[in-house]
Design a protein around this ligand. Structure first.
Ligand code: SAH
Ligand code: F3S
Length: 472
């Protein structure tokens, strides 16, 4: 008994004396998910998470390169960390993620404050790299992998509400959209062993999580045939082919194994989402009826220059099919305006496509040239900034109009809402999402985080439904 208490005290002491790390994620959900893997790796060597960089020995920025602005945000953060380092002199600074992969060793020259540069596939090497820093050596690892890489690591959910979790199912992207830096920074597409996916979800469910989002740059292209790159599937053996698992099979497996868990997935690429995925969604109540379906432009000329693998007609036919098979499915988009050579007519094609689809919401961007991409090498960034800005405003305004109209169709109907957090506007209201991925707020009335509430919708803005839950 005494020795047990001693052990416990020793353990407690070790935890309170352990080195602290902070980690800040920028950009996509994949970075949030990767940061949880990194946290788990650091915890395995005795670090513990802190949200206060003033008291940390190590701060990591998990960076994004998708647009120039995203990189500027990271550089500004490094400036502010510089000020902290003047007081907290032992603080080591690491950059992870896409900017690390893009800039490699150059990062150490450009930003003197940076000690550690680690690309998205090299996080397992962080413990060794930290030792290198102690020896006063440069610590850079930006090797990209051919394997999924982190399947066996149980992510440490250090910043969680205990309800929603991301589970990554693929890494990298082979699509080579001409504007996009991701294939360069995250490498080739690989899928994760379905067994390890199910194991991770099982653990989440046992720990009380209610919703998982399956993550990948292109989830519908998921293909497990025993490991390896997606592009090498043609070299797979007969038995590997026969036993391979594609996205609809994986989705079916997850939904069947965890019938009480809400399942979401993102992102879908129009050319890869097939009928079987839609049928699987229709078959399972616990798969949320929402598809994030980036289109990027409504002009066929621009889609071709972007190397998107579909025309606007094919996209519209897919949307029709979704609306037919899943009548209450939420559909959202990503859109880029001001791509090289985009004319006013191309822009009008984009507005016209939006008018046909009437999306529930979307993420809309001005084209930002990324070094090394095909668009940067071959095309001139020739749409003037003020025209890009005006087109973006028109796209955003049209989206707001559609969002408002779509959301108002929910009035007087009931939405099934998973309570996630307190509303930002009032501590008397909960906030959660309905299956279509629309925010719903309603008075707390005895509900708690993690409950499902049947909410009668009474009013709406263009981003939020406001209602009242039926009494528990
Ligand atoms: N398939 C990925 C896409 C990641 S990038 C996913 O999982 O979501 C997210 C969005 O950023 C893209 O769909 C595109 O609309 C936008 N984007 C990518 N590169 C861009 C660039 N160079 N300029 C402006 N927007 C860009
Ligand atoms: Fe980027 Fe296109 Fe892949 S947007 S992440 S290259 S699907």
């Amino acid at each position: 008994m005494i020795s047990k208490t001693l052990e416990l005290n020793k353990k407690k002491k070790r935890i309170s004396n352990s080195k602290k790390f902070s980690i800040i994620s920028y950009g996509c959900q994949m970075n949030v998910s990767d940061s949880e893997v990194v946290a788990s790796i650091l915890e395995s060597i005795g670090y513990s998470y802190s949200d206060d960089i003033n008291n940390s020995e190590l701060v990591l920025l998990n960076t994004c390169s998708i647009r120039e602005k995203a990189e500027q945000t990271v550089r500004k953060k490094l400036e502010s960390i510089n000020a902290v380092k003047k007081i907290n002199k032992n603080l080591k600074v690491g950059v992870l993620g896409c900017m690390a992969e893009r800039l490699k060793e150059k990062f150490l020259e450009e930003e003197k404050i940076v000690d550690l540069v680690v690309g998205p596939d090299a996080y397992r090497d962080i413990p060794n790299l930290l030792k290198e820093i102690e020896f006063g050596n440069d610590a850079v690892n930006v090797l990209l992998s051919k394997e999924e890489t982190y399947a066996d690591i149980n992510p440490s959910r250090f910043n969680t509400n205990g309800i929603n979790a991301f589970v990554s199912i693929t890494r990298g992207c082979d699509n080579m959209c001409t504007f996009c830096i991701v294939p360069f920074t995250r490498g080739r597409e690989r899928s994760r062993d379905p067994k390890s996916i199910l194991k991770e979800i099982n653990e989440l469910v046992n720990n009380g999580y209610k919703e998982v989002t399956l993550l990948g740059q292109n989830v519908d292209s998921y293909l497990w045939y025993g490991g390896g790159l997606k592009k090498d599937f043609n070299k797979a053996s007969e038995i590997q082919r026969r036993t391979s698992i594609n996205f609809s099979k994986l989705l079916d497996l997850v939904a069947k194994n965890f019938p009480k868990t809400r399942i979401r997935f993102t992102t879908s690429n129009p050319q890869d989402i097939d009928d079987t995925v839609l049928e699987t969604m229709a078959k399972h109540n616990n798969i949320c009826n929402h598809i994030h379906l980036p289109v990027q432009s409504g002009s066929d000329k621009i889609l071709k220059k972007m190397n998107r693998k579909h025309s606007s007609d094919e996209y519209l036919r897919l949307v029709d099919k979704i609306k037919k098979l899943l009548p209450d499915c939420g559909i959202s988009h990503d859109m880029i305006c001001g791509f090289p050579y985009e004319t006013e007519n191309d822009h009008l094609d984009t507005l016209s496509l939006m008018n046909k689809v009437k999306y529930d919401f979307g993420f809309m961007f001005k084209y930002s040239e990324r070094p090394g991409t095909l668009a940067a090498r071959k095309y001139k960034d020739n749409v003037p900034e003020e025209i890009k800005q005006r087109r973006l405003s028109e796209i955003i305004n049209l989206q707001l109009k559609h969002s408002f109209e779509n959301l108002s169709t929910y009035i007087d109907k009931y939405s099934n809402v998973l309570v996630e957090k307190e509303s930002k506007k009032s501590k008397d209201y909960w906030c959660g999402r309905n299956p279509q991925n629309i925010m719903v707020v309603f008075p707390k009335d005895g509900y708690k985080i993690g409950d499902y509430a049947k909410v009668k919708i009474l009013s709406n803005t263009s981003t939020t439904l406001i209602g009242e839950a039926i009494k528990k």
